[in-house]
Ligand binder design. Structure first.
Ligand code: ATP
Ligand code: MG
Length: 366
């Protein structure tokens, strides 16, 4: 069994660190406060929430609700995600009551043919009805005998709903809840930070915030070495470190890289095994690169390549950089920069621009 998981959360032994973050989250939500969790994409927000829930489910009697609203398009979808998240909790004293409540909202119940699980779809005639359904559900949480924690993943999605006042409505409903605490999670820096930091937005300073950084090199090195050893593989610390340098200790890329390294099936992993994995990744990225080149206009493609080659760039519209990489005019660079950032191909953080995809960066550097 490959110990480097790259999709769903498995269990604490396969999850690296995040001890400080887990205790901050625990302290916040178990003391009646809400929190916003933010990071770059693929850094580990969802994994951290699952990890937190794993721990809380062992030590407390909270009802732990998790919903991902990435695919929701309006308030009705939001209510449905919430309803189904409620029904996914199997605890005896919860399930029957939750089921009766959802039933009272007259859902269409279907069985998902793939998962075999039951799905409820509450159809509302208009958004007012969806909002009143939401009130009914929140009321249920308020009256429930134990505390409820709700994690709303991809929270920025509510700003896309056609019901324009929903952000304010949700905020005002939430502030009257005493028995429920929220974890809002998201990764779009522009939207999330504006939702919580602009003083004219409803969620302005409404909760604590937690920013998820990269896991430190030392901690990740120890974690990887231990998993390798425990599962019968030999690898030098320096080889682990070189792998981590290559992936910049970025969670998803690191897990993916070491998953592949493991997958090579060799008992003693060496620098040459690392090299083989890098070559496999390059072959895949070459295909991505061709596709991107067909999709993006030349100025965007050139800027992307230039940023990748430098690894990170402070001022992409500086004369030196533009000249060195023959990027044309500063205004064309500026507009390409904006588009690439909006498409989440590049990001701006700690004063520098970088390409999101670490593997693509390595390919373009090669
Ligand atoms: N601390 C960790 N230990 C081990 N694996 C991790 C850790 N954090 C994240 N991962 C792995 O990295 C991948 C990305 O994590 P996750 O999906 O939680 O990120 P995310 O921030 O929610 O991403 P997105 O913004 O795309 O939703 C997952 O496959 C997860 O298994
Ligand atoms: Mg996520």
């Amino acid at each position: 069994m490959n110990p480097f998981y790259i999709s769903a959360y498995k269990s604490p032994e396969f999850f690296c660190d995040r001890e400080k973050e887990t205790s901050i989250l625990t302290e916040t939500v178990t003391n009646g406060r809400n929190i916003m969790l933010y990071s770059l994409r693929r850094m580990g927000k969802t994994g951290l929430i699952k990890h937190l829930y794993f721990n809380l489910s062992q030590n407390t009697d909270y009802q732990l609700i998790y919903l991902d609203i990435y695919r929701t398009k309006n308030v009705q979808d939001f209510v449905n995600e919430l309803a189904n998240a409620m029904l996914s909790i199997q605890k005896k004293q919860w399930y029957q009551k939750a089921f009766d409540l959802i039933k009272s909202l007259r859902p269409v119940i279907t069985i998902n043919p793939v998962t075999g699980s039951m799905e409820a779809e509450i159809k509302a005639v208009n958004s007012e009805q969806s909002l009143s359904n939401l009130d009914v559900i929140f009321n249920f949480f308020e009256k429930f005998s134990t505390k409820v924690i709700i994690a709303i993943d991809e929270f920025q999605q509510i700003t896309e709903y056609p019901e324009s006042g929903f952000e304010a409505l949700l905020r005002s409903k939430i502030q009257f809840l005493n028995n429920v605490n929220f974890i809002y999670s998201g990764s779009n820096r522009r939207i999330i930070s504006s939702m919580f930091n602009d003083y004219n937005r409803p969620f302005y300073q409404s909760c604590n915030t937690l920013y998820l950084e990269k896991i430190s090199f030392d901690v990740y090195t120890t974690f990887i070495s231990k998993l390798m050893l425990e599962n019968g593989r030999k690898i030098d610390t320096s080889t682990v470190e070189n792998g981590l340098k290559w992936t910049e200790s970025y969670s998803w890329y690191t897990q993916n890289f070491f998953n592949r390294l493991w997958g090579k099936g060799v008992k003693t992993i060496t620098e040459s095994t690392l090299f083989d994995v890098e070559m496999d990744i390059f072959a895949e990225k070459e295909r991505d690169f061709v596709e991107l080149r067909n999709l993006l206009p030349v100025n965007q493609m050139n800027l992307l390549t230039a940023i990748a080659k430098e690894n990170q760039v402070q001022k992409p519209n500086a004369i030196d950089f533009i000249k060195k990489h023959r990027l044309g005019s500063a205004s064309s660079v500026n507009s390409a920069l904006k588009v690439l950032e909006n498409k989440e191909i590049i990001y701006f953080e700690n004063g520098v621009y970088k390409v999101y995809d670490v593997f693509l960066t390595r390919f373009l550097q090669s």
